[in-house]
Ligand binder design. Structure first.
Ligand SMILES: NC(=O)c1ccc[n+]([C@@H]2O[C@H](COP(=O)([O-])OP(=O)(O)OC[C@H]3O[C@@H](n4cnc5c(N)ncnc54)[C@H](OP(=O)(O)O)[C@@H]3O)[C@@H](O)[C@H]2O)c1
Length: 324
């Protein structure tokens, strides 16, 4: 967003609104129609429909975007959860991790990133993925291994030494793309013959959510370009030509995924109280622990954003309104 990559989807309006999506705090007042939250409740929230404003002492949140804060986490830790956690959970589901046959191999990136660190913990501790390969830079390998290397089935792989497409070619049932070029991760999907696809389909357990089974290897990206139709889900009005260009780019990525024997889809995070509540309960069960890189007071927000953008940090940067 800072680099202007989302300009087409989210044109800036001046004067700019406040930045920041994620909130952890205490409810100070509620509207007359609010039924699920009370004054004094400690909550986490992801601000609605990309309407930002979390970098402030007060923010207005719809009850459908908030859930009770996990009791076991500090506000600084809890504030790392909403957007990254929802993106991680929903991308794993979009890849059908909950309805695929075991053994199951998942490849993901950035185990110390906001999204990647939650994907990794959910894969290993919530979805029971048999093998989770986490691709990390040399500078973060030691810390990632120390934090998450002991989780069941987790392997850390250093992408600075050898490209993952070479190290893990055709090894993963699911590839979660959060960084770099999608072309570098598509070859990691298993190449499945029609016969193998049919066998995997037959072996997959029924979906607890009633959705279709997804036996084909799949890449889910949270960082490529969404299609024009997906952008319009957010109500972003866009010229016909721009929509067509985005649709074409999306079609092209799907085509490339098919050439590697799998499927591809982009995943947009959706605010959802039920998913936030699930993340909070997993945190309280000790299955999910957000990684806080550093906290800053509100006055140092610019510095915090610069640090986050440089990408050297392990974990999330948090802006704290009051010391805990
Ligand atoms: N679709 C959605 O709704 C949605 C929602 C939230 C975020 N996002 C997007 O998701 C992406 C990740 O967000 P985030 O908050 O997790 O960012 P982040 O905290 O900055 O983490 C990104 C991680 O990727 C790693 N990385 C960079 N290049 C890599 C590569 N080639 N291979 C493996 N790892 C690599 C970085 O660490 P290293 O030092 O190890 O490289 C870093 O840990 C961003 O593009 C963001 O815009 C999308």
């Amino acid at each position: 967003m800072v680099a202007g990559d989302l300009k087409m989807m989210l044109p800036p309006h001046f004067p700019c609104q406040l930045l920041g999506f994620d909130i952890s705090g205490r409810v100070e007042a509620v509207g007359s129609a609010v039924s699920t939250l009370r004054v004094g409740d400690e909550v986490i929230a992801c601000l609605q429909g990309l309407q930002t404003g979390a970098f402030a002492e007060y923010a207005v949140v719809a009850q459908g975007q908030a859930a009770l804060k996990p009791r076991s986490l500090s506000h600084a830790q809890a504030a790392c959860l909403p957007m990254a956690g929802l993106t991680a959970l929903q991308s794993l589901r979009a890849a059908g991790v909950d309805r695929r046959a075991r053994p199951l191999t998942v490849f993901l990136q950035g185990p110390l990133g906001g999204v990647g660190s939650v994907q990794l913990q959910l894969a290993a501790r919530h979805f029971g993925v048999t093998r989770t390969i986490a691709s990390v830079s040399a500078r973060k390998l030691a810390q990632a291994s120390e934090l998450f290397g002991q989780l069941p089935g987790v392997e850390m792989a250093c992408y600075s030494e050898l490209a993952p497409a070479k190290q893990f070619a055709q090894q993963a049932d699911v590839v979660l793309h959060t960084a770099g070029s999608i072309d570098e991760v598509l070859p990691i999907m298993k190449k499945q013959s029609a016969a193998a696809a049919a066998a995997a389909h037959a072996a997959a357990p029924s979906s607890a959510h009633g959705g279709a089974m997804v036996p084909k290897p799949m890449t889910v990206s949270v960082c490529t370009i969404p299609s024009g139709a997906e952008c319009e889900l957010f109500g972003t009005p866009m010229p016909w030509l721009v929509r067509k260009v985005l649709d074409l780019a999306d079609w092209n990525t799907r085509r490339k995924a098919r050439a590697h024997g799998g499927d591809y889809s982009f995943c947009f995070m959706l605010e959802c109280t039920a998913d936030l509540a699930l993340l909070a309960s997993l945190a309280d069960e000790g299955k999910l622990c957000p990684v806080v890189a550093q906290t800053f007071p509100l006055q140092r927000t610019r510095e915090a954003m610069q640090l986050a953008q440089e990408g050297n940090l392990a974990g999330k940067v948090v802006i704290q309104m009051v010391p805990e």
